[in-house]
Design a protein around this ligand. Sequence first.
Ligand SMILES: CC(C)(COP(=O)(O)OP(=O)(O)OC[C@H]1O[C@@H](n2cnc3c(N)ncnc32)[C@H](O)[C@@H]1OP(=O)(O)O)[C@@H](O)C(=O)NCCC(=O)NCCS
Length: 216
Amino acid sequence: MNANAASRHLRVAFEAAALIARNLRRTRGFATVPLRHHDGYRLCAMRRPHLPGALALYAELHDGQPLDLPRRWLYRLAGNRLGVVALDINGRVVGAAFYGFSRRDLREDRVHSSFSGVHPAHRGRGLATELRRTAILHFRANGVRGYSSRISADNVASLKPSLRLGFHIAERYQDPVSGEQRYYLVCDFDDDYRDDTTQGREPQPPTPETERKAVP
Ligand SMILES: CC(C)(COP(=O)(O)OP(=O)(O)OC[C@H]1O[C@@H](n2cnc3c(N)ncnc32)[C@H](O)[C@@H]1OP(=O)(O)O)[C@@H](O)C(=O)NCCC(=O)NCCS
């Protein structure tokens, strides 16, 4: 192994350890994600027995690509505080949402959604909305100020539940790798979160208000 490769491996290992340490530190003392019910599904913490199902769903929705190793370890150690799953009546994982704190999130006192997905057979029943709502209630109860996520501009199925819950578009940008148009969305719980989503369910298209810059 040459010196460049060795230093690259060292940097990757350092970043992985920093990610795990940062998240374990930030969630120390957090309660477990609460149990909620929606339309015959259970929404609950991503405990160890749920992890294989959550990781399998992640891989299925990423063309077979598994979640990276540091995050697999993170959710093994702290999935009950940083992950939410949706279970069907047989206890199978049919939806999963993975959260974490980047350095930016720590500065801005927000938690970031790394990924949320619902099995195709269970879509359109509000599960993504309720996975996100469960996370909002959990992180708010544990003293976090808000929640951020990155969503492609053409991913209507993901934008809709977020806008419905009160997220606004804080930044628009072009993904440097894929070239896609993407949004950085923010929901600050005290100011933005809407729990009156059973009425007037249609989220509004982006407006200057939904696009206002998030002031940390
Ligand atoms: C995005 C995703 C999580 C949504 O899950 P879901 O459980 O179906 O979401 P919900 O039912 O809470 O809300 C989806 C809404 O979008 C609507 N929708 C879905 N596809 C749509 C489309 N192509 N055009 C317009 N609306 C659409 C649904 O009808 C629903 O709205 P409604 O409640 O007003 O009927 C799911 O589609 C998924 O796993 N996609 C692949 C992974 C992904 O893109 N994850 C997000 C990464 S940021």
